[in-house]
Design a protein around this ligand. Structure first.
Ligand SMILES: [Fe+2]
Length: 389
């Protein structure tokens, strides 16, 4: 084992978490006592009548509803929602009911809805995200005087968005993905009620589970890894190896849904500090150009990356904790092999299409977090090996 002194690190995580069956009951107690509450969700929840349950909990008089969030939220849509609701300065809280796209949208709105005409940010109005990301006008979220607290209620198990300080937003016009990343983007509270994940269809259960695996593995082979992120990631993976096959086989079982929700939470907490790495950098062009679901796009390279990582793990961590890490990753590798990821990804894209996006996959924001060697040739090799059935 190397005698190199570990680098300094900080762990700072501000999200209160309530978890377990029936934990949704706490919502009423943690809502801001006054003002309007903006409830953000998708058309599906309203169609199934679930939005009404939440309106009843919040109170009809207090609720402002936006239930048209689509997958992969667009800059233009979020700017329009900001315009629609910023006239109502009484909003004191946002409740996000849904998967990663809903929660990320709420996190963004928590900041954009309180932008005012103070001098530093005046030129961002009325289309703040367009101005920040497309026009590249300087913006630091801490310039905002106060943000609106977000209560995140995830209905999928994988994104970890309820406990991260990032929000991924997309621009279909420029075919680019952007990330708003700042401490003030964290939700104030996460409510994890596993019963809300019971209706999740098979593919979304699988892809969100793969996203959770991806987060945990990516925080292990990450230059920002700390003892805490490693502990979170390894616990997450050891739960997922057991729970994901169970939940896929019997999606109506609350026990395995609870385990997957916890695994996703732990992996989310790990990347909240370490961020993601090369597998996520690879994924973004495939999602924006070809619509490959995020959890699949960021996981089809994991078996090969895991195998490469395992081969180097002996030299790096030749001790008890290294053995435990190796054992857990071997279990994950076996699970990923059984899922047959190449077959899954070929449902969305051809291998020749994937290879043409290699230049876009070297996004420094994520690729540089990968702790192992990576260059153009190694990435080409990794993709080709990952696509072999
Ligand atoms: Fe992810």
């Amino acid at each position: 084992m190397s005698d190199k002194i570990p680098k300094k690190w900080l762990h700072n995580h501000p999200v209160s978490i309530t978890s377990g069956n029936g934990s949704i009951d706490i919502l009423q107690d943690i809502l801001p006592p006054e003002g309007k509450i903006l409830l953000i969700t998708t058309p599906g929840f309203t169609r199934r009548g679930e939005t009404d349950n939440f309106i009843n909990i919040i109170g009809k008089q207090r609720t402002l509803l936006y239930d048209k969030i689509a997958p992969n939220p667009q800059i233009s849509d979020l700017d329009n929602i900001t315009q629609k609701f910023s006239v109502n300065s009484e909003i004191s809280g946002i409740v996000a009911l849904g998967g990663g796209s809903v929660i990320d949208s709420a996190k963004v709105l928590g900041v954009t809805l309180v932008l005012d005409d103070t001098t530093q940010i005046k030129e961002l109005i009325p289309y703040p995200l367009y101005n920040i990301f497309i026009k590249q006008r300087p913006f630091n979220p801490s310039q905002v005087k106060s943000k609106i607290p977000v209560i995140a209620i995830p209905t999928t198990s994988g994104t970890g968005a309820e406990v991260t300080p990032f929000a991924t937003i997309w621009d279909q016009n420029s075919k680019k993905k952007f990330s708003l990343s700042h401490f003030c983007i964290y939700p104030s509270h996460a409510i994890l009620d596993p019963a809300l994940t019971l209706p999740l269809p098979y593919n979304e259960t699988l892809y969100s589970g793969l996203d959770a695996i991806s987060h945990a593995l990516e925080s292990l082979w990450n230059i920002n890894r700390t003892p805490i992120t490693a502990a979170l990631a390894l616990q997450s993976l050891s739960i997922t190896v057991k729970a994901l096959p169970m939940v896929l086989e019997n999606p109506a079982k609350l026990y395995s849904r609870t385990l997957m929700q916890e695994a996703s939470l732990l992996a989310g907490m790990a990347i909240s500090q370490s961020r993601t790495a090369i597998a996520h950098a690879i994924s973004y062009p495939l999602t924006i150009h070809k619509g490959v679901p995020h959890g699949l796009a960021c996981s089809f390279t994991l078996p090969r990356l895991a195998r490469n990582y395992l081969s180097r793990l002996d030299k790096k961590h030749n001790n008890m904790s290294g053995c435990i890490e190796k054992k857990i990753i071997e279990g994950v590798f076996e699970l990923l092999q059984k899922i047959n990821l190449p077959k899954e990804i070929y449902r969305y894209i051809k291998d020749s299409d994937i290879l043409q996006y290699i230049p876009e996959m070297f996004h420094p924001e994520r690729a540089a977090n990968y702790s192992e060697d990576m260059d153009y040739n190694l990435l080409t090799q990794l993709l080709k090996q990952s696509l072999e059935i």
